[in-house]
Design a protein around this ligand. Sequence first.
Ligand code: F6P
Length: 503
Amino acid sequence: MSDTALQFGNRELVLVSNREPYVHERVDGEIQVVRPTGGLTSALDPMMANTGGTWVAWGSGDGDDEMSDENGCVRVPPESPSYDLKRVSLTDEQVQNYYYGYSNQVLWPMCHSDTAKMTPKPEFWEHYRETNEHFADAIREQVDPSEAVIWFQDYHFALAPRRIREECPDAFCMQFWHIPWPSWDVLQSCPEYEELLDGLLANDLLGFHTDRYCENFLDCVERAFDAEVDHEAGWVRYEGRTIQVESFPLGIDAAERRQLAGSSEADDAWESLRETYALDADRLAVGVDRLDYTKGIEQRLAALERLWEKYPERRETFTYVQKASESRSQIDDYQRVKENVTSEVERINDRFGTATWQPIVYIDDHLSPVTLAALYRESDMVLVSSLRDGMNLVAKEFVASQVDDPGVLVLSELVGAHEALGEWAITVHPNDTEAFADSIEEALEMDESERATRMEPLRASVEENDIEAWKNSVLQSASKVLSRKETTAQRDTTGTTTEYTNE
Ligand code: F6P
């Protein structure tokens, strides 16, 4: 199904995310448009350009206000405007408490099952609630929810659907939760678990990356509320409404990655990267991460240290490249990850490095998409060692970039991507340092025929389940749920009752 074949009748599509697809930033006194690299915003922008509609997001750029009209709107994409971007202004206090606070110091650690890092504070919750209402009100200012399909993205908006529903019972709301959904025991550690579940149940369709997260969510609803739950069919009957809960594994633009990796620009980019960082070892491994404690970077470094200790022949011949991006660094736990990672890299390099070889090359400069594709292509393996991860798209990007000599996917069993790719990866547990080190050695020893045998199904899976397939299956489900809802509403007005089934 193409984007234009959306079956939403006259309803307008309204996408809601924390990050905006186009940011107006002041650079040397001039306002420039900056596009956040990769990720969801760049994947959903072509869909919005195709369908039209409105994208509502936090206006985070210092030039955003100036470039928007009195309603906070600007037509985008700048080169051929086709949809409205409505920017929601947030005060510093809201950003501190809603984004850095509740979203990233309560929901993020909780959903990644790291309850010790949760720091619930009344002001975090207060502002999260208020900011969700603020977003919901901004949506209602822009469209009539009963004539729209409102698609919320992610954990920043657990309460906004409820606010919309209270004001407009006929609204059609859906949400995709981009991070894991935890088990009931973990969810209970959050004082506001009932309000969070109640907010999400104001949606008509709720999506997660994997069946496991759906199952966790349904289990939480069943334990928290007097709700009817059908685990098989994936729906909840709550306060007289039916909510469909379904898994939609997020993918990447695999064709674009493949094309980039095979381009002559990638050859040039690789030459320049190799020279800049002296990447001359025979064998290379790569890791690409935001500096986040969920990514298991410290655990990965411990495994690498053990490898060079246990297999001394890998010294001088094997280098690990860590591409790291700063993230949420106003939060202490994130600062600590950055400090620990950089000091561990230094210590390991001091321990094993020689005059001609550096074991770990740490890159925190921005790398262009083509340079990243070249780095993936030239690496013998990628190391993904998250302690928890909703999906992990680095694994998929690496696979899509293997256009010649195939590399090996070394993958933590604790990431969403393991559900589909684990069978052909080398599976590791990030906390089992000894076995992790042996797995890296196994990947280094693997012959070409086995690497090719594993890479073929990996590539097929990543190409088939790409970002386009993800969008299409979410939108297809949404259109089914919407038409069922409309039929039910019609029958209800004529006094006929209907049974909800998931055909
Ligand atoms: O994985 C969840 C997510 O929100 C992604 O959508 C995003 O790329 C990443 O975390 C970074 O988040 P932030 O917007 O906090 O930098």
